[in-house]
Design a protein around this ligand. Structure first.
Ligand code: XMP
Length: 504
């Protein structure tokens, strides 16, 4: 059971999916023009049309498969989605001339969507066109001072449109409205962590059967949770932890100590030489990722040959990895996450990616139920390519050592101050810059380390963490004192977008 979100190009489509999942309903984002047959594969109980940067009357405006209306399912149209409904059922939509953007207020409203709400309702608008005339027998459900059709409904109430964005936090009752829509649509709320674990175990058992899966463990929550999932599903597995020489300080021991006692068949492979050789002289970020992806696969092949009869390569790939590597349908390639875009075409394994549709916080919930200790479960995420993508320029053992030591100081200082969870992720980056400083009476020409700490929910967007100055000060002092090669420490104050969390 699910809610399908047809994405007509809105920046908010993923956010709609998140909101619906927070309401304990599985939701999936598909391109707006997806065929009805494909939509039906998702077994939807309701459909949401997203917004769009386009206007419905542009000649290249994206349109849904007309058969979507034959499914007999409730549809909620948001912004462009509402205008689409209005136009396809014979109403008029016109360009307002100016873009209406920002906070507004519903002064009149009625109907299921607004059940339980009282008083003027703040809503967030972002649109250039608006509905001028409703389709025959449709009704207005809400109005703002300027806009008489801020929400509309079809005669039988099956189709509902809202001009505002209920999915954004600037519409404070938006989640309540979405919840009302789900109730009115009779959608079952069965997307819970418990149900997820049960489903995942069942699916893994069915898919792997009596075959064997090789699992790439990185030490992060995703692959660790996956290792536990395979162990609890009782399938034959070999969890391979590749020490590529690009791990954080102490990481290897921590991971081994957390997973072995929980029934995971874990083997650590020393592969640092192979990774450093392959990365020698490489400075381009995408090239680094491709090389690392390739080397991982090489190690896995060796391991698979050693054990024999391996059919699957299991990975802790998440929904955002898929979306951002353009593995999702209709998304742009931002960077090739080593485990998605970085894999060679002739992999030689079937991929087993049970978390492919989950957001990170959902995996953390699953991991809790599977019994992963909080020390691993609540750890800051760490990318598969490791410290290599935190070194701008060439990756050498010396440079890895510098960034590893800086990272260890940053993280341990955060922990000592009880500030580790002020950040969703914190890291140090070795920049390719050297700068002049003074140490004692000597001139020092040292490396520049950038610290980055962000707040986020699912890594799709992030803001820089407002860490206390005193704390940043302590980190900078410790780094420059304990690592003489580093002469300067800077703090990254860019959000995502426009930046990404990692620097490469
Ligand atoms: P970005 O830099 O894309 O990072 O904003 C979002 C989150 O993903 C992590 N990340 C990766 N994880 N393989 C991974 O397993 C990768 O290639 C990769 N690249 C980025 C990053 O640490 C952050 O948590």
């Amino acid at each position: 059971m699910s809610v399908v979100i047809l994405d007509f190009g809105s920046q908010y489509s993923r956010l709609i999916a998140r909101r619906i999942r927070e309401l304990q309903v599985y939701s999936v984002v598909l391109p707006g023009t997806t065929s009805v047959t494909r939509i039906q594969n998702e077994n939807p109980q309701a459909i949401i049309f997203s917004g769009s940067p386009k206007s419905v009357f542009e000649s290249d405006a994206p349109l849904p498969d007309p058969a979507v209306y034959d499914l007999g399912l409730p549809i909620l149209g948001i912004c462009y989605g509402m205008q689409l409904l209005a136009r396809q059922f014979g109403g008029d939509v016109a360009d307002a001339g100016t873009r209406s953007y920002g906070a507004d207020e519903l002064i009149h409203y009625e109907g299921d969507l607004f059940d339980g709400l009282v008083g003027p309702l703040p809503v967030w608008m972002s649109h250039a066109s608006s509905v001028q005339r409703l389709p025959k027998d449709w009704v207005t459900m809400a109005a703002t001072r300027e806009n008489p059709h801020a929400a509309i409904a079809s005669p039988n109430g099956r189709y509902v449109g809202v001009q505002f964005h209920p999915e954004v936090v600037h519409t404070p009752n938006g989640e309540h409205m979405l919840s009302n829509f789900l109730d009115a649509a009779g959608v079952s709320r069965d997307w819970t962590a418990e149900a997820n674990v049960e489903r995942l175990i069942r699916e893994v058992k069915e898919r792997v059967g009596t075959d064997r899966a090789l699992l790439a463990v990185s030490g992060g929550v995703d692959s660790s949770a996956l290792a536990l999932l395979l162990a609890q599903a009782g399938v034959e597995h070999d969890a391979v932890f590749v020490d590529h020489g690009l791990l954080r300080a102490g990481e290897r021991k921590e991971v081994e100590a957390a997973l072995r006692p929980l029934g995971v068949n874990l083997r650590t492979v020393d592969a640092a030489d192979r990774f450093f050789d392959a990365l020698a002289g490489v400075t381009d970020p995408e090239e680094k990722r491709m090389i690392i992806g390739r080397e991982f696969v090489h190690v896995f092949h060796n391991e698979a040959q050693r054990v024999g009869k391996t059919r699957f390569l299991a990975q802790g790939t998440l929904y955002p990895d898929v979306i951002e590597s353009a593995g999702g349908e209709g998304a742009a390639n931002i960077k090739s996450h080593h485990n998605v875009g970085g894999l060679p075409a002739n992999l030689g394994f079937e991929l087993l990616e049970p978390f492919r549709t989950l957001f990170k916080d959902e995996v953390r919930d699953v991991a809790r139920l599977l019994g992963l200790p909080d020390s691993v479960r609540l750890r800051h995420p760490f990318p598969g390519p490791g410290l290599a993508i935190r070194i701008l320029g060439e990756v050498t053992r010396e440079r890895v050592d510098l960034v590893r030591r800086a990272d260890a100081i940053f993280i341990s200082t955060l922990k000592e101050a009880g500030a580790y969870h002020l950040a969703w992720q914190a890291l140090a980056v070795l920049t390719p810059i050297q700068s002049v400083g003074v140490a004692g009476d000597e001139r020092r020409y040292g490396h520049v380390i950038a610290l980055r700490a962000v707040t986020s929910v699912d890594a799709m967007t992030a803001d820089w963490a407002r860490l206390p100055y005193a704390l940043l000060d302590r980190v900078a002092q410790r780094i420059t004192r304990d690592i003489p090669e580093i002469g300067r420490v800077v703090y990254d104050i860019t959000s995502k977008p426009p930046a990404t969390i990692e620097w490469e």
